[in-house]
Design a protein around this ligand. Structure first.
Ligand SMILES: Cc1ncc(COP(=O)(O)OP(=O)(O)O)c(N)n1
Ligand SMILES: Cc1ncsc1CCOP(=O)(O)O
Ligand SMILES: [Mg+2]
Length: 217
């Protein structure tokens, strides 16, 4: 099925929090069935390349007949190996123009920015979306930049020339405030991965996003 870049509710998967590859697939199945619009495999603690490949392949198969794209974090070879829909890279990963050359013109590239300088340096034609954050403190990324807070986040997002998500410490308690800034969507790890009730967690986030958008417009 043709994939859509809908960033409304972007699930960034952590296999450790989900309980391995089986948990990853189960979490994704429930989350996609209840409002998640994009999926990223981000496996910081997965050391074997074979495990990365098997996890990515399982997700590719799961999402095959859905409009939800599969994005691979950092690992270009894994994205190519499973014909994923795109790659997400940050400031310490391969440069975006190199990623574009490797994955071709039709795949999606997401880029992380954490401050004004990084945003000013973006080469817009090379990328499809931005991940801006951390918005709030997070425990899901060990080397995260300092949290922006909503005021600084709002200053950055008005300069975007492509769709963007907020990421970092976003959960049910603050999602409405993040959406009120006018951002295109949110990316979350721990607000869905490892939650006792994945369906409830996803549905509540999704409803909050759409309700806030309705009030915003
Ligand atoms: C949607 C989204 N936004 C930001 C990031 C962070 O990417 P990066 O800065 O490269 O850090 P790591 O995720 O590689 O630790 C992301 N993965 N996704
Ligand atoms: C990958 C990433 N990039 C910036 S913050 C972050 C982690 C977000 O995780 P959580 O949603 O659990 O705070
Ligand atoms: Mg990275």
């Amino acid at each position: 099925m043709k994939k859509q870049l809908n960033l409304s509710l972007y699930l960034v998967l952590d296999p450790t929090l989900c309980g391995g590859i089986e948990g990853l697939v189960n979490t994704t199945k429930i989350a996609v069935g209840n409002g998640v619009t994009a999926v990223q495999l981000r496996a910081e603690q997965m050391f074997h390349r074979r495990d990365w490949y098997l996890a990515a392949l399982a997700l590719k198969q799961l999402l095959m007949n859905t409009p939800v794209p599969l994005i691979i974090n950092d690992q270009i070879d894994i994205a190519l190996a499973v014909d994923a829909d795109g790659v997400h890279v940050g400031q310490n990963d391969l440069p975006v123009h190199v990623v574009r050359r490797l994955i071709g013109p039709d795949k999606m590239i997401g880029l992380s920015v954490s401050n004004q300088q990084q945003l000013s340096d973006v080469v817009w034609p090379d990328i499809n979306y931005l991940g801006i954050g951390p918005v709030f403190p997070t425990t899901s990324k060990k080397d995260a930049a300092p949290a922006l807070g909503l005021a600084q986040f709002s200053q950055l997002i008005i300069q975007r020339k492509c769709p963007a998500v907020g990421i970092g410490g976003i959960n049910l308690s603050n999602v409405k405030a993040v959406i009120q800034t006018g951002i295109d969507g949110i990316a979350v790890v721990s607000a869905i991965c490892g939650q006792r009730d994945i369906k409830f967690a996803t549905t509540e986030l999704s409803h909050a996003i759409y309700q806030t958008r309705m009030l915003r417009s």
